[in-house]
Structures are given as structure tokens and as C-alpha cells.
Design a binder for this molecule. Structure first.
Ligand SMILES: Nc1nc2c(c(=O)[nH]1)N[C@@H](CN(C=O)c1ccc(C(=O)N[C@@H](CCC(=O)O)C(=O)O)cc1)CN2
Length: 295
């Protein structure tokens, strides 16, 4: 059997960012409006610092305004909430994102709920969670949205397909399941208590792995020809002592069985930031009561 097709998230996200940049230019030229994204980082988590830096770079490249707020790790919760109140009221800011995880003394849910749902480009506010689950227009979390775009690019229509989402987090697993239900898939959400997980995964035409456990999903758990979306980003030590990035799927085994698969890195990860820009563009258009660009 030939190896699975590699789903190239770097190439897809670069095309998406180009399309977004074109729409940003149109908004600027025709309506004198420039989308603005505010990113709040609390603390010095090294991975978060890299992601926030990349978000700033991509935001500016796309022609949008970027507002970075970097706060020390011991910033009181009240100060973060006050900052968000200010961003909610700032007409130049159309999207607000608080980089997660937050330091332990800050209640993440309280912070998320302080964001104006119209500016919640992460789609984590309960209003957006509820709207997505009701099948209404909503801000959709970036990683599941990017995963869905890749799936549609590979498979076209998804209706009637069996999808298994492994992981039930609020950020990925649950919204991913909602998006797949909307596409008329038959969706199973599996998690740490699921019985006979390999058998459950083996039924799937689409496997979305979002458990946060390095290489947990093995090649012999997969239905031959299925499509695998690996959301996991795990830093592990390789046999030679160097650090490497792996997903939640054992790639070397899975590539021999699946029909198509996202690599890690270079699969879903780059889609997360491209979809953040997409959500900021959409939020801006809605706030100015302009037609929402088709992205
Ligand atoms: N408020 C949020 N916090 C976090 C989110 C989020 O969507 N909203 N997601 C993750 C981190 N994240 C964006 O914030 C993110 C993760 C990974 C990538 C990415 O491009 N990954 C690369 C590998 C990069 C590396 O070497 O580490 C890839 O997979 O190719 C982008 C964004 C948690 N926090």
C-alpha cells in the first residue's frame, strides 16, 4: 500500500493568509477600516511567547493592526480584567485574544467571560460556544476551524462520514465535534474513559486526535484509507537526547495505513494562526456592519 497523502498546513495557511490580506486591503481602500487584533500575554511561558510573536508578525503581514499587551506573571487578575474592559471599548480593536495557559492565580474562565463576545476571536466565550452548538453564526475556535478547512480540502463533502474526535477539551474536542455535526458527519467523542478506544477509532473515516498524549494513537487503530487530523503538539526527547515535536498520532505507523494525514509540525498548527486572522477580519466586518468576506 502507498503512504498516505500529506496534508500541508503550511501551504494551505499561506494561501488563506494571502486571501485574508486581499480582503483587508479592500476594507481599507473601500471603507477606510483597518481590522485590529489585541493579544494579551501574561507571564513568560516560552511556547506562548513564540506563538504571540508569530501572531504579531502574521497580523502585520496581513495588513491588520496588532496591539500586544505583555504583562508580568504576577499581574493580579483584576488588572487583566481591567485591561480587557478597555480593549472591549476600543474602536480600533476588533478582536481580543488572551493567550492560554494563564498563570495559576488567574481564573481563565472569568477572563474569557470578560471579553465582548463580538470581539472574542478565540470563540471561547459561552455566548459563542452556545451559538456554535445551536448551529448559529458564531466565532469558531481557531484550531477546530482550521482542521475543518483541511478536511474539506481533502475530502470535499463530509456528510455521512463517521468521525471520531479523541479528546473532549473546550478548546478543540467539543467545538470540533460541533463543526463535524454541522457537516452531517456521524460523530463520536472519545476520551480517557472510553472503553475499547482502538476499536472505536477503527470505525472512523475521519480521526481527529486532540488528547495531548504523544503518539498515543497507533497505526493499527486506523481504518485503512481514513483521514487523520493530528492536533497534538508534544515536545519529547528523541533517542539521541535531542528535543523533537510529535503529535498525538504515531506518524510513522499511521502514514502506512491512512489515506491522508497532517504532519506535526506543519499540519494543523499553522492553520490556528491563519484562522485567528480570519476571525479578526470577520469580527471587524460585522462590527462595522459591512458584508462578511467569504473566507
Ligand atoms: N488563546 C489561545 N491560546 C492558545 C491557543 C489558542 O488557539 N488560543 N492554541 C494553542 C497555541 N497556539 C496558538 O495560540 C498555537 C499552537 C501551535 C501553532 C503552530 O504553528 N505550531 C507549529 C509548530 C510550532 C512549534 O515549533 O512549536 C506546527 O504545528 O507546525 C500555532 C499556534 C495554545 N494556546
Amino acid at each position: 500500500m502507498t503512504d498516505a497523502r500529506l496534508i500541508d498546513g503550511n501551504a494551505f495557511s499561506a494561501r488563506l493568509r494571502d486571501t485574508i490580506a486581499t480582503h483587508v486591503q479592500t476594507l481599507r481602500d473601500e471603507h477606510h477600516v483597518v481590522p485590529g487584533l489585541a493579544v494579551v500575554l501574561v507571564g513568560e511561558d516560552p511556547a506562548s511567547q513564540v506563538y504571540v510573536r508569530t501572531k504579531h508578525k502574521r497580523t502585520v503581514e496581513t495588513g491588520m493592526k496588532s496591539f500586544e499587551h505583555k504583562l508580568p506573571a504576577d499581574t493580579p487578575e483584576r488588572e487583566v480584567l481591567t485591561l480587557i474592559e478597555g480593549l472591549n471599548d476600543d474602536p480600533e480593536v476588533h478582536g481580543i485574544l488572551v493567550q492560554l495557559p494563564l498563570p495559576g492565580h488567574i481564573d481563565s474562565q472569568k477572563v474569557i467571560e470578560a471579553i465582548d463576545p463580538a470581539k472574542d476571536v478565540d470563540g471561547f466565550h459561552p455566548v459563542n460556544v452556545g451559538r456554535l452548538s445551536a448551529g448559529l453564526d458564531a466565532m469558531v475556535p481557531c484550531t477546530p476551524l482550521g482542521s475543518l478547512m483541511l478536511l474539506k480540502d481533502v475530502l470535499g463533502k463530509l456528510d455521512g462520514l463517521d468521525a471520531v474526535v479523541v479528546g473532549r477539551s473546550n478548546i478543540v474536542g467539543k467545538p470540533m465535534a460541533q463543526l463535524l455535526i454541522k457537516e452531517s458527519c456521524t460523530v463520536t467523542v472519545a476520551h480517557s474513559r472510553t472503553r475499547d478506544l482502538p476499536d472505536v477509532v477503527r470505525r472512523a473515516d475521519i480521526v481527529v486526535a486532540a488528547v495531548g498524549r504523544p503518539e498515543m494513537i497507533r497505526g493499527d487503530w486506523l481504518k485503512p484509507g481514513c483521514t487523520v487530523i493530528d492536533v497534538g503538539i508534544n515536545r519529547i526527547e528523541a533517542a539521541d537526547g535531542t528535543k523533537k515535536l510529535v503529535g498525538d498520532v504515531n506518524f510513522a505507523e499511521a502514514v502506512k495505513v491512512a489515506g491522508a494525514i497532517t504532519p506535526v509540525p506543519g499540519g494543523v498548527g499553522p492553520m490556528t494562526i491563519a484562522c485567528l486572522l480570519r476571525n479578526t477580519l470577520v469580527a471587524c466586518a460585522r462590527q462595522h456592519r459591512l458584508p462578511v468576506p467569504p473566507v
